[in-house]
Design a protein around this ligand. Structure first.
Ligand code: DLL
Length: 433
């Protein structure tokens, strides 16, 4: 099913025209109303009218996370504060959070982009959707909440945490859609197993995930253990929250809501635009935001784009699953390592659970050391040294093959690694301290 046929199946030529029209209007407003953008454009000798086609986009300056911090809390707003109807925030890199704000029309657009994604995953008005993402300043829960209500699904706004209660309500309310970060979905599955509840027998049928990097292996684990089809969705507070892109039922990339968000891929080092299909940093320009227009935002997320037609009928371009953030990428002995690569490698090994932590250390005068702590599955948890050694060696081999560098694997007891109800913390880097 497609929520908005007209937009989601729009002829790409027409879509480009629409994007340009919206871009020009967005630039005019940003220039007029937000001193930060006016200054940034003036510094480059630019006025909105100088952008004559989408090809001119690279002329525009970038916006970065630090610009949100520097203009905290309301400096980037293009409307008077009294026109705001909602504020959200996400943790910034230092101290102050990143504050984002919405007008009434922004909330309408947000619901529209999110409801498309629920429908693309097969959610209907007959579904009961348990929102196990954090309610509050985090955009995840309330973003999906509005969309699910617009669709007419029944919302269970339980928020993240209280895992046993989640499982009880999945059973008692016959929840069909679980909305949770991948790491929390796995945590729910584990807890259910511990309680002797088989979620595969439950009414669950669809998982709406995202908000953190995850691998195909993790998708399989969630699907097998929760008995549902798991969908990847991507977004970020600075742009809107969830709603930027998500998978359709074919799950071959995430369709970007391009009539609201203009996407580019640039070289993370030079900022130069990269050709279609190339992997690089995702840069997003909002096209319809009223309160907080954002121009060429450096997301820090590594992906690639394709506008090849999708058999689902949507013409919206697809972005590849986000591998990780440029600032989460570890450089170990000169080699680039994303935590998601470690996850993908570990999940090929029988006998371990998708609970892991990556520890990077460096002793004075020696090289970087990579240690991966990973939990044994309860079934594989044994006193038999030989079988433990075999699992460890297999995991070390898988990591060596995937990363091209050696890592030490430390097997730990089931339940040792701290569980997350939101975004999992996978890396402890002791080199800096
Ligand atoms: O995580 C918004 C969201 C909520 C998206 C619910 C999807 C579902 P922030 O807290 O601002 O917003 O974090 C945004 O999380 O820049 C990525 O690095 C990461 N991220 C989000 N979705 C994915 C994903 C929400 N599907 C940051 N895969 C982004 C990988 C993701 N990383």
């Amino acid at each position: 099913m497609i929520w908005n046929e007209e937009r989601e199946k729009m002829d790409r030529h027409k879509l480009r025209e629409l994007q340009f029209e919206l871009l020009r209007a967005q630039l005019e407003r940003a220039y007029e109303l937000v001193p930060f953008y006016r200054q940034a454009m003036r510094q480059r000798g630019l006025r909105p009218a100088d952008i004559r086609s989408l090809e001119d986009l690279p002329l525009l300056p970038f916006t970065r996370k630090a610009d949100f911090a520097d203009n905290y809390p309301f400096g980037l707003l293009a409307v008077p504060k009294r026109e705001l109807v909602r504020i959200h925030a996400s943790s910034g890199t230092t101290g102050k959070p990143i504050v984002v704000a919405y007008t009434r029309r922004d909330l309408d657009s947000w619901r529209e982009v999110c409801v498309r994604q629920l429908v693309a995953a097969g959610v209907t008005a007959d579904d009961t959707m348990q929102i196990a993402m954090g309610y509050g300043l985090f955009t995840g829960a309330l973003g999906w909440h509005g969309a699910a209500e617009l669709l007419g699904a029944t919302v269970v706004p339980i928020s993240a945490g209280n895992t046993r209660r989640q499982i009880m309500l999945i059973q008692d309310l016959e929840t069909t859609v679980l909305c949770a970060t991948p790491s929390y979905a796995i945590h729910i599955a584990e807890e259910a197993e511990r309680m002797g509840v088989d979620l595969r027998e439950s009414s669950l049928r669809i998982g709406i995930h995202g908000a953190e990097p995850w691998s195909e292996g993790m998708r399989r684990e969630i699907e097998e253990r929760c008995g549902l089809k798991a969908y990847d969705t991507y977004g970020l507070s600075e742009i809107v929250g969830p709603g930027v892109s998500a998978e359709c039922e074919l799950q071959n990339g995430l369709h970007v809501n391009e009539d609201h968000f203009l996407v580019e891929i640039v070289d993370p080092n030079t900022g130069e635009p990269l050709p279609p299909g190339a992997q690089g940093e995702l840069v997003i320009t909002t096209l319809t935001k009223e309160a907080l227009p954002v121009i060429r935002y450096r997301t820090g997320d590594i992906s690639s784009l394709s506008d090849a037609p999708c058999p689902c009928g949507r013409t919206l371009a697809r972005m590849a699953r986000v591998r990780g953030r440029t600032d989460d990428m570890l450089i170990i002995r000169g080699v680039n390592v994303f935590p998601s690569q470690v996850e993908a490698a570990l999940l090929q090994v029988q006998g371990i659970w998708p609970q892991y932590q990556i520890i990077v250390d460096r002793q004075p005068g020696s090289m970087d050391e990579l240690e991966v702590q990973v939990e044994l599955s309860p079934a594989a948890f044994t006193d038999e040294i030989a079988s433990l050694r075999r699992i460890q060696e297999e995991a070390e081999q898988a990591l060596q093959e995937a990363l091209g560098i050696s890592a030490r694997v430390r097997l730990v007891e089931p339940g040792t690694i701290e569980r997350s109800t939101g975004k999992a913390k996978r890396v402890i880097d002791r080199r800096a301290t």
